[in-house]
Design a protein around this ligand. Structure first.
Ligand SMILES: Cc1cc2nc3c(=O)[nH]c(=O)nc-3n(C[C@H](O)[C@H](O)[C@H](O)COP(=O)(O)OP(=O)(O)OC[C@H]3O[C@@H](n4cnc5c(N)ncnc54)[C@H](O)[C@@H]3O)c2cc1C
Length: 509
C-alpha cells in the first residue's frame, strides 16, 4: 500500500445502508494523504489556549519550592519520556522558564550498565530517537545536552556549572531510575527545587491510587473516573523566547553509538524505526488499517490487528495520552475496538506502573500474593514433563514448535505477539525446575530481546503469567497449582497455529 495514500477503513454503522449524503462524506474520507495525523495534531496543539497543566501531575522531590533567583535557566532532565511535544514534564519546565524569563535546557544522562540486557537493539533505538529530540530542541531555541555518566554523579555539577535555578524530571517506578532520583536529590544544592512530573501515565500514578491495587477490576473505576480531568489536550512546546548564553556541545551521534559498550549480537529491528515521527506514522497506520480489527482479532497472532506501539511508548517517543486522544477521536464507528484498545492502553498499562511503584518485589516470586506463593511452593517438587536450560530456551530448541516460533519472532523481530507472550511465559514455568528460575529466565529473555522490554509492562506480564498477579486462583493442577494454565491445544482452538509456526520456523539462532 502506498505510504502517501492510505485507504481509510472507517466503517459506517452496521445495519442500514448509507444515505447519499453519507456516501459522499465516506468517499471524501476514503483516501487520506499519509501524514494526516501529524497535520491534525499540530492544528489541535496550536488551538490550545492557556497552560492546561494540572498541578496534580507534579510533586516536589526536595523541600525547595522557589526557583533560585538570578539563575541562568531551568533544566529538564529527560529520562523516561524521550520526546519534545506531548510531554508534561517539558511543558512544565518551559512554563517555569518563561515565568522566570530564563533559557530552557534539556539533558539526558547516558549510561550503559554492564549487563546482557544492554544491547544495540535498545541503545540504537534510544539514541536515534534522541537525535530527533535534539534537532527539534534546536528549532525551538532549547539547549539539548547529552551527558555521559550516571545522573547522581554528573547532574548536580552540571546544574551548578550552568547556574541553573530548577530541575524538572519525569517519572518511572522502576528501581534504577528511583535510585538515580535519590542520588540527584542527595547531591543537588539545597536551594535548587527538584520537581517530578508523571508524564507517562494519563492519570498520574500517585493520583490514580495511593496503594497497591489488587487487579484491573480494582483500579479500572478509579482511572476511568479521573479521565475527564486528565485525558486533556496538550499545549504546544513553543519556540523558547529566552536564549541561552551557554550553548550545548555538538553531538556526533554515529560516533556515540559506535563507542557504546553494548551487545551488538542483538541487532536493530527492521520494522520499528525510532523516534516520534516514526511512532506517529505507526499510530496513523493503526487508526487507518488495523484498529477496526482490534476488537475481534487481537488474540490472533497471524492477524495484523495490534497497534504495534509498545516500543515507542516504552522509550517515551510517543505519549500514551496522545495515542488515547487520537484513537478515541478518529475511531468513530469502531466502538468495540476502541473500548478494548483503551482498556489495554490505559487500564492495563497504568496498572503496571501501580504494581512496580507500590511493590518493591515487582521482579520476584516473593512479590506475588500469598495464595500464589503457597500454591507454587506446594507444587515446587512436581515432576516436570520437560526440563530445558536457559540456553536451550534462548535458542528456541524445545519440542514445541509454537513456543519455538514465538521465541524466534522475539529474537529476530524484537517483538512477540501479545497473546503468545502469555503462552510463552507459562511454558517456561512448566519446563524449568522452579518458579524462581522460570521468572528469572522469562525476565532475562524478555528484557534482552523485546524492543519494548525493561518496562513495568514486562515485569507485570511475566509476573501475571508465572506468579498469578492481578489474576485469580484457578483449578489446581500439577506444577502450576492454582496459577492459570495454557496449553498448545487451547491455542489451536484460537488461531491457525500451523500457519504461525510456518511463518516463524526458527533458523539457527
Ligand atoms: C509474558 C509477558 C511479557 C510482556 N512483556 C512486555 C514488555 O516487555 N513490554 C511491554 O510494553 N509489554 C509487555 N507485555 C504486555 C503486552 O503483551 C504488550 O504491551 C503488547 O503485546 C505490545 O504490543 P502492542 O503495542 O501491539 O499492543 P496493543 O495490544 O496494541 O496495546 C496497546 C498498548 O497497550 C499496552 N498494553 C497492551 N497489553 C498490555 C498488557 N497486557 N499489560 C500492560 N499494558 C499493555 C501497551 O503499552 C501497548 O503498546 C507483556 C505481556 C506478557 C504476558
Amino acid at each position: 500500500m502506498s505510504e502517501r495514500k492510505r485507504k481509510s477503513t472507517s466503517d459506517g454503522a452496521a445495519g442500514e445502508g448509507p444515505s447519499a449524503k453519507q456516501q459522499k462524506v465516506s468517499s471524501m474520507k476514503k483516501e487520506r494523504a499519509g501524514g494526516w495525523l501529524v497535520d491534525l495534531v499540530n492544528q489541535q496543539r496550536s488551538e490550545i489556549k492557556g497552560s492546561m497543566f494540572n498541578q496534580k501531575r507534579l510533586r516536589f522531590i526536595n523541600d525547595t519550592k522557589k526557583i533560585k533567583q538570578g539563575s541562568k535557566g531551568v533544566l529538564y532532565w529527560m529520562s523516561r519520556e524521550q520526546r519534545v511535544q506531548d510531554n508534561w514534564a517539558l511543558i512544565h519546565a518551559q512554563q517555569l522558564a518563561v515565568q522566570e524569563e530564563v533559557p530552557l535546557h534539556v539533558c539526558v544522562c547516558l549510561v550503559v550498565s554492564k549487563s546482557e540486557l544492554s544491547t544495540l537493539r535498545h541503545y540504537s533505538f534510544m539514541l536515534k530517537g534522541l537525535q530527533e529530540v535534539a534537532q527539534e530542541c534546536k528549532t525551538l531555541n532549547i539547549q539539548f545536552h547529552l551527558l555521559h555518566g550516571t545522573a547522581g554523579e554528573i547532574l548536580p555539577g552540571f546544574v551548578s556549572d550552568h547556574s541553573l535555578g530548577a530541575v524538572v524530571t519525569d517519572f518511572s517506578p522502576l528501581k534504577a531510575p528511583l535510585q538515580w532520583l535519590e542520588d540527584v536529590k542527595k547531591n543537588l544544592p539545597k536551594e535548587i527545587p527538584f520537581l517530578q512530573v508523571d508524564a507517562h501515565n494519563i492519570v498520574p500514578c500517585w493520583v490514580a491510587s495511593p496503594k497497591l491495587e489488587y487487579s484491573a477490576r480494582t483500579i479500572r473505576g478509579k482511572i476511568t473516573n479521573l479521565l475527564p480531568e486528565f485525558l486533556t489536550d496538550f499545549p504546544l512546546v513553543e519556540r523558547h523566547p529566552y536564549t541561552a548564553t551557554r550553548i550545548a556541545k555538538p553531538i556526533d551521534w554515529n560516533k556515540t553509538l559506535g563507542s557504546l559498550q553494548v551487545d551488538r549480537s542483538v541487532g536493530e529491528t527492521e520494522w520499528a524505526k525510532p523516534g516520534t515521527k516514526a511512532g506517529m506514522a505507526m499510530l496513523e497506520s493503526f487508526i487507518d488499517v488495523r484498529l477496526k480489527l482490534f476488537g475481534t482479532q487481537r488474540n490472533d497472532p497471524n492477524a495484523a490487528a495490534l497497534s504495534q506501539l509498545s516500543p515507542w511508548i516504552r522509550f517515551g517517543h510517543l505519549s500514551a495520552q496522545r495515542v488515547a486522544l487520537e484513537v478515541k477521536r478518529n475511531g468513530k464507528g469502531k466502538d468495540n475496538s476502541v473500548g478494548s484498545f483503551i482498556e489495554e492502553l490505559v487500564v492495563r498499562r497504568e496498572l503496571t506502573d501501580n504494581f512496580c511503584y507500590y511493590n518493591k518485589k515487582y521482579d520476584s516470586v516473593e512479590g506475588a500474593y500469598m495464595w500464589a506463593q503457597k500454591t507454587l511452593k506446594d507444587h515446587a517438587n512436581d515432576k516436570r514433563p520437560y526440563l530445558y536450560t536457559c540456553e536451550q530456551l534462548e535458542k528456541a530448541q524445545t519440542h514445541d514448535k509454537l513456543w519455538n516460533a514465538a521465541q524466534y519472532q522475539m529474537v529476530v523481530d524484537g517483538k512477540m505477539h501479545g497473546f503468545l507472550r502469555m503462552y510463552w511465559a507459562k511454558k517456561i514455568l512448566e519446563w524449568t525446575s522452579s518458579p524462581e528460575e522460570a521468572l528469572s529466565i522469562a525476565l532475562y529473555l524478555n528484557d534482552r530481546y523485546e524492543l519494548d522490554g525493561q518496562d513495568p509492562n514486562g515485569f507485570v506480564g511475566c509476573m501475571w503469567s508465572i506468579c498469578g498477579i492481578h489474576d485469580q486462583g484457578w483449578g489446581e493442577r500439577p506444577i502450576f497449582g492454582k496459577i492459570r494454565y495454557m496449553n498448545y491445544k487451547g491455542c489451536t482452538r484460537k488461531f491457525d497455529v500451523a500457519k504461525f509456526e510456518k511463518n516463524y520456523c526458527p533458523k539457527k539462532l
